[in-house]
Design a protein around this ligand. Sequence first.
Ligand code: ATP
Length: 334
Amino acid sequence: MNSTDSADVKISNIAVLTSGGDAPGMNAAIRSVVRSAAFYKLNCFGVYRGYEGMIKGSILPLGPRSVNNIINKGGTILKSARSNEFRTKEGRKKAFANLHQKNIDALVVIGGDGSFTGGLIFQQEFGIPVIGIPGTIDNDIYGTSHTLGYDTAMNTVVEAVDKIRDTAISHNRLFFVEVMGRDAGHIALNSGIGAGAEEILIPEEDMGLDRLLESLKRSKKSGKLSSIVMVAEGDKIGKNVFELAEYIEENLPDYEVRVSVLGHMQRGGAPSCFDRVLASRMGLRAVEELRKGTSGYMVGIGDGKMILTPLEKAIKGKSKIDNELVRVSEIMRL
Ligand code: ATP
């Protein structure tokens, strides 16, 4: 069940890092890795600022008490970064030398597909086992129904849109709400259904401007005085949210149109209970897999159970939108 399976692999020193965009639940995952390592009597190190910190040697020991009171905190205590130097062999050599100096013999990478790509290359070059934990609010990773931070981000969006709806109703306004999701519409689709959005525009489906206009006209005729249109950043129509709003305002003059871009608030905040539990499960499984000699895999969740996917597949595969949800959203907007 692993790429370098050997029953007698002895791991003594694990390092954990967070890389790429931060996501709520990363701290809970760090805590889980640290405490699971302690449970199995392994030493654990935290690498600060992702691969950049690995190259610079910003690596400090972490014990069970170093991760007190972080399960409920957004962001990442280890900080995150993007490192161009790690994309070079020279950079990775420096990173390996720093791990080697501390006798670190396994790595847990919490991040997105870019971070997994870096981890996999590193493993192939230096033979250091790597296990990935998917941490990104976009939920755009193959091999897991949920990435860390996704559930929290959806709840944040629903809460924000509930508030926007109050003002939309009071003024008979049509609101375009832009949410994160350049390549994947998971946040827009799920939180759109949860917040009762009239229209949901996602990168996976091309609704087309005309259909959007017709649909909004129909809903106006049916008696709706205000509407919410949820727009993923990468929606297929190809216009940004302000251009969309302008087009609709020109063609549907009855509506007063407003735009709200939720932006980085979607990344922050205390993780939901779901994300905290998921992070705790994933961290434990990552450590247990490293102990077993597994390397080059990502820990994910499928049908409520922890599952493993080769990093290569997690990187190359495409997370798909659930068509049942698309259907639900279409019928709910009547
Ligand atoms: P998010 O989904 O939030 O963007 P991510 O993990 O995909 O997270 P990236 O910026 O793509 O974020 O990658 C994080 C880091 O991983 C990069 O800054 C780089 O250091 C490393 N990385 C990405 N791709 C490679 C690669 N091909 N070779 C080596 N390192 C890489």
